[in-house]
Unconditional design. Structure first.
Lengths: 397, 376
């Protein structure tokens, strides 16, 4: 074991660092600095740069467009992108449906969809949760009835992130109404431009439009857009959920988040000193760094296990629980740093409006950020569900 | 010792509670927030001139009912239950409290206007870099002839867009963070030289940055008492939001319990799951302590300054910690729907979060408590 990077790894790190410095979209950087809301084009601009370089899906097998990097290289890459404050790529294609397709898909599905995910040509969304099926996902009721060479899909999905931009969605649907729960579910790829699909926004507490309801009314889906066997979609769903949990730890971005908190607290004045000199505040920062370091090394151990051919298994629930809690505590510290200026609400003073938010330029984002990030302990299998998984799958209770 | 409310106090609570139940449902509140003014002035008229509730904490000599701090607590608690966006805290608790404290001609003139609903007050005390230190004031009040001239910038002044009067802290002498030289003034909000930049707040109110440029005010605008008076008013305000928090925490708990009885997952109401039952039991524990601390602090508002400050700081710090737990737990137990604008629960959570830091964060109050009582 060796914590030090090898000379080759250092060379790789420098290469990544230089690539980002030379190629990160300037317009995107400007918007991030201003705290502007990012558009679909903004998200895609960085995606395309990485796609062109061949770095957009490091974890994929090489034959499908992965980089063939070692676990350490992947770690370095994610460290460097977070360090440079690059936006997080939309995960729905790259880390969710992509791996499902290359693992369970037909040769035709692989040939058609994987290159389009890599290039960013298709924007994906995830049709899992339903109004009556959240933590109990397997109780889902959206049904697909086979009629000849296609399915007719009817039902409602919810919490569909970024569906307003999506070209395609991967949906869990019930194909056998008589089967028990997890059985009788199929995994369908649905063209979001199909007749009968309606996307309605859900506005969240910070005023954001990130999530949507998706209504499916007699939507025709060709049978060849089913992944894996009919009624075996739960296998894909479980596989995907385990993958989702690894990324959800968010270690690199939380590290960047702590850097930002340090910067903020070093400039925000409390009495006659910077807030960072306030013993109570700095103790909270230190405690967060302690917990983040523990999470980081837990993730590194998990990745090492993966490199050795194990996992990601139920232990990824540990990453989800701690990672989400840390993301939330970061937003608490930011809101606390804002003091009185946490209260003003400036959404709606958006693009084209010359009025600049008042107070420190980061402060008006702290309360919406705090409210919004309450989602992290709820999505991706709520933290209660993660504890159930640990209790059942790890502890055997 | 007697911790029971009088019949009159119970009646006041009932009157306000029934009025709010009829007029302040979630949908109506939503419409008020979306309106240009951000509130329905008719509600304020009803609370004051029609129902006479604004008279509750004031002495009879001003036309009040002869109540005091406990009446403020009762009212704030009920207003919290509907997350009312009324300028009650600013006008009745803070403005009324300051005027009651100084008495004299100004009180005799303005308190009746509060009672009648004609006067709405906003408290301009915070400054862009002052955080929770009430003596960190760089707005100046320079003696000029018989009066003063105000210059400066006040930050995040809740209710300022609605106010007829601004209660302003400003420095007549001393250096930037010195306790000496900070004074309190009641200023006509329409005085020449006052400009505002108005905006909504995340918890549903309207607030402003208020700029004073050579604002001439008469000598009578001064409420004598300096930083000691300002600290006393801030403590009364802190207990006001603690009482509001009592109402909010109760609604967060009740709403969550109700939801877990309705919401079914895994073939049963989620309220049947022990993990959630224990969390809700903990929410009740914290909600009860919020109520206890709001009462304790309120009952000690009349004590000598050192005792009052120690009590208020313990109360506010505890309420900040507990309401954070109650709010976060309510959202978590609701799941995704708790983070949307659709259910009331998220809106209670937003206000609860702002209460944590208003008039001093938990850290700031624990620090003050330590300085007062744990001198090594």
């Amino acid at each position: 074991m060796d914590l030090e990077f090898s000379p080759e790894e250092i060379a790789f790190r420098d290469e990544v660092r230089k690539f980002i410095a030379d190629n990160y979209p300037a317009q995107l950087r400007g918007k991030q600095d201003e705290g502007d809301e990012l558009t679909k084009e903004d998200f895609l601009s960085w995606h395309r740069v990485l796609a062109k370089k061949g770095w957009v899906a490091p974890a994929w097998p090489v034959e499908y467009g992965g980089t063939g990097w070692t676990v350490t290289q992947r770690f370095i890459f994610s460290e460097e992108t977070a360090r440079a404050d690059c936006i997080r790529l939309m995960p729905f294609g790259l880390t969710m449906v992509g791996p499902v397709i290359y693992t369970f898909g037909t040769p035709e599905q692989k040939a058609h969809f994987l290159p389009r995910i890599l290039s960013g040509e298709d924007w994906w969304c995830q049709g899992y949760s339903e109004p009556g099926s959240g933590s109990d996902l397997a109780s889902l009721r959206t049904k697909a009835v086979r009629e000849g060479d296609h399915y007719v899909v009817n039902g409602q999905k919810t919490w569909t992130t970024m569906a307003q931009h999506a070209d395609w969605g991967f949906f869990l649907v019930r194909t056998d109404p008589d089967a028990k729960m997890q059985e009788g579910i199929s995994f369908l790829l649905i063209d979001m431009k199909s007749p009968g699909i309606e996307v309605r926004p859900i506005i969240t507490l910070g005023g954001e439009h990130e999530v949507n309801e998706v209504f499916l009314d007699n939507v025709n889906v060709p049978v060849e857009n089913r992944v894996f066997e009919e009624n075996k979609g739960w296998t894909c769903a479980k596989f995907l959920l385990a993958h989702e949990r690894v990324g959800i730890a968010g270690v690199a971005s939380s590290k960047r988040g702590i850097e930002k908190i340090r910067q903020i607290a070093a400039t925000e004045i409390d009495g006659d000193k910077p807030l960072l000199a306030n013993p109570f505040y700095r103790r909270k920062v230190a405690e967060l760094e302690m917990d983040l370091t523990a999470l980081e090394f837990t993730e590194l151990r998990t990745l090492a296990g993966e490199a050795a051919g194990r996992g990601p298994g139920p232990e990824s629930s540990v990453l989800k629980i701690k990672g989400s809690e840390i993301q939330q505590r970061l937003t608490e510290l930011a809101l606390e740093a804002a003091g009185h200026y946490g209260a003003p609400y400036f959404r709606g003073f958006g693009e084209g409006d010359n009025e600049h938010p008042i107070g420190p330029d980061w402060a008006h984002r702290t309360a919406p950020g705090y409210y919004n990030m309450r989602k992290t302990t709820i999505y991706g299998g709520s933290n209660e569900i993660q504890r159930n998984i640990i209790a059942k799958m790890v502890l055997g209770l | 010792m007697d911790l029971s409310y009088t019949e009159t106090q119970d009646m006041l609570r009932d009157t306000l509670s029934r009025f709010l139940a009829d007029t302040y449902d979630f949908e109506t509140r939503k419409k008020m927030l979306a309106s240009p003014e951000g509130r329905d002035p008719g509600i304020w008229r009803a609370l004051s001139s029609e129902l006479g509730l604004t008279s509750a904490p004031f002495a009879e000599e001003y036309g009040g009912l002869g109540g005091g701090y406990l009446e403020n607590l009762i009212m704030m608690e009920e207003l919290g239950k509907v997350i009312a966006v009324e300028p009650w805290l600013q006008t009745v608790v803070i403005g009324g409290g300051a005027l009651t404290a100084v008495g004299g001609a100004l009180a005799a003139e303005v308190i009746p206007q509060i009672i009648s609903g004609d006067c709405v007050i906003a408290w301009a005390y915070a400054e862009p870099t002052g955080r929770y230190d009430l003596a960190s004031v760089s707005t100046t009040a320079k003696a000029d002839g018989s009066g003063f001239v105000l210059n400066g910038h006040k930050a995040v002044v809740y209710a300022a867009p609605w106010a007829s009067h601004l209660l302003v802290t400003a420095r007549t002498g001393g250096s930037a963070r010195e306790r000496n030289g900070v004074e309190l003034f009641l200023v006509d909000a329409k005085s020449a030289g006052i400009t505002r930049r108005d905006y909504p707040t995340v918890d549903g109110f309207r607030a402003s940055e208020v700029y004073f440029e050579n604002v001439a005010i008469p000598a009578e605008a001064l409420l004598p008492g300096g930083i000691d008076l300002i600290e006393r008013i801030a403590d009364e305000a802190a207990m006001g939001v603690c009482a509001e928090g009592t109402g909010i925490a109760r609604k967060l708990l009740d709403g969550t319990v109700e939801y877990t009885k309705q919401r079914k997952q895994f073939g049963q109401p989620i309220g049947k799951f022990q993990a959630l039952q224990h969390r809700m039991a903990d929410m009740l524990v914290e909600a009860e302590q919020i109520a206890s601390m709001a009462l304790m602090g309120t009952l000690k508002l009349g004590l000598p300054a050192a005792e009052r400050k120690a009590a208020v700081s313990l109360a506010k710090a505890k309420v900040a910690r507990s309401i954070k737990f109650v709010g976060q737990s309510a959202v978590q137990t609701h799941g995704g729907i708790g983070i949307t604008m659709e259910l009331a629960i998220g809106h209670y959570f937003k206000r609860a979060t702002m209460i944590e830091n208003q008039f001093g964060s938990a850290d700031a109050h624990l620090e003050r408590y330590e300085a007062l009582t744990l001198a090594a």
